[in-house]
Design a protein around this ligand. Structure first.
Ligand code: EPU
Length: 418
């Protein structure tokens, strides 16, 4: 298994391009199951989670072509299995996103339950209950969700918790349902909006995405089409923190700053200077960052997917910072690894309280989930000595060409076999 080796201490300085968003591409690829004609999805990032999704569609008999520039063409006319096996779902929870489209278009789906996860319980009860309310007959047996229906029926859904993939699954199921579906307490994340735009490109009628009430008027069929995925706001935020933590300068291209408001506000509070244009962000950090307090919550509040990266920033910042995690119940594994690098952070329930230290010291550390691994890379960039990060398969699920991009910014990082 490969490891990442990072020699800390370099000030980052340079420009990079931000890739297409993983968490928009995954539901969009699942939504191609709804289309009768061929669909081309562009600006797809080169990531392990995308490969898993392509495999998932492929094993259903769907024809998927990937070109070298990472456009993906999907043709569902050859589909012959309405099935997502445990072997794939266990490597990627987002596989659950095929449930809504399969049921909506074919009236049948067998999808493995995702099971536990390193960051929390992550149940899928809201997905299942919503589909039941739309008329699906669902049983859960032997670790699989078995779902069947005649045509789904539009209804009024009031989600008990804001859930991103839950909203997406139900929205996808509703586009071919009979009549109108209203989703209240819907997630407002930009990736939900991107999915709605994609569905509308194919002929769906989805209104209100980006607000807590989404209204979907069912149509009889979706056609093919072509769509460009939005930029990855979490990848963007991660590289901005890389600039801030190394007291450097980082300019991002092909980014949508309007999706990063909460993150940019915290970077300014930490002392960064930001030059924000329509599709670029340039961050300069002169001097040691100041610690910030953060509370994660659904969009437009501060994203849980940026919490670990700010924990790294706070670890070396001036003063005390309090991070409160309200979305997932167990998302502090990175803190335990950072403590091994000399970070002064204590955990108290869902809070991580740090007293910034002048410098971290390198140590062998282990990645436990995607964003935790990113935070350990950030910590490694400012640690004295050579940090060695194992289990980096987590990082390859969500960061396209991370070594190349960090190299381009002047970091000393390399991948090496164990
Ligand atoms: N929840 C339930 N029941 C459900 C669904 C969710 O109780 O049926 C709870 C979860 O346990 C959690 C909260 O609702 O406490 C919010 O979870 P959500 O469903 O929104 O998370 P998700 O849809 O599984 C997506 C992203 C995550 C991101 C979260 C929160 C994708 C593919 N994944 O997950 O991304 O952290 O939203 O913003 O979109 C990542 O990219 O590293 C990542 C983990």
């Amino acid at each position: 298994m490969d490891k990442l080796h990072i020699e800390g201490g370099n000030r980052l300085d340079g420009d990079i391009r931000i890739s297409g968003a993983k968490n928009a591409t995954l539901p969009i690829l699942a939504a191609t199951l709804l289309a009768e004609g061929p669909v081309t999805v562009r600006n797809v990032p080169h990531l392990d989670d995308i490969t898993t999704t392509v495999e998932l569609l492929g094993q259903m008999g769907v024809s998927v072509t990937v070109d070298e520039k990472l456009s993906i063409e999907v043709d569902t006319s050859t589909i012959d299995k309405l099935y997502a096996p445990y072997e794939l779902v266990k490597t990627m929870r987002a596989s659950i996103l095929v449930l809504g489209p399969l049921l909506g278009r074919f009236g049948e789906a067998v999808v493995s339950l995702p099971g536990g996860c390193a960051i929390g319980l992550r149940p899928v009860n809201i997905h299942v209950d919503g589909l039941r309310a739309m008329g699906a007959d669902i049983t859960v047996e032997n670790g699989y969700i078995n779902a069947k229906c005649e045509r789904l029926q539009g209804t009024h859904l009031n989600l008990e918790t804001v859930t991103v993939t839950g909203t997406e699954n139900l929205m996808m199921a509703a586009v071919l349902a009979k009549g109108q579906t209203i989703i209240d307490n819907a997630a407002c994340e930009p990736e939900v909006v991107d999915l709605a735009r994609f569905l509308n490109t194919l002929g769906a009628d989805v209104q209100g995405a980006g607000t807590p009430r989404i209204i979907i008027d069912g149509v009889d069929k979706l056609s093919g089409g072509c769509y460009d995925v939005l930029p990855d706001r979490i990848e963007a935020g991660t590289y901005l923190v890389a600039g801030a933590i190394t007291q450097g300068r980082v300019k991002l291209r092909d980014v949508d700053p309007s999706h990063l408001t909460a993150v940019l506000d915290k970077l300014r509070e930490a002392g960064a200077t930001l030059d924000v244009q329509e599709s670029t962000i340039e961050l300069t950090m002169n001097g040691r960052p100041k610690a910030v307090d953060i509370t994660t919550a659904p969009y437009p509040a501060f994203p849980t997917d940026m919490q670990a990266q700010f924990a790294a920033l706070n670890a070396v910042a001036e003063g005390r910072g309090v991070i409160t995690e309200t979305v997932f119940e167990n998302r502090f594994m990175h803190v335990l690894e950072m403590q091994r690098m000399g970070a002064q952070i204590t955990l108290d329930g869902n809070m991580a309280i740090s007293e910034g230290v002048e410098r971290l010291t390198a140590a062998p550390v282990m990645a436990t989930d995607l964003r935790a691994s990113a935070s350990l890379v950030l910590a490694g960039l400012v640690a004295e000595g050579k940090t060695e990060i194992s289990r980096i398969y987590h990082i390859d699920r969500g960061y396209e060409c991370i070594e190349e991009k960090l190299h381009q910014l002047g970091a000393r990082i390399k991948r090496a076999p164990d």
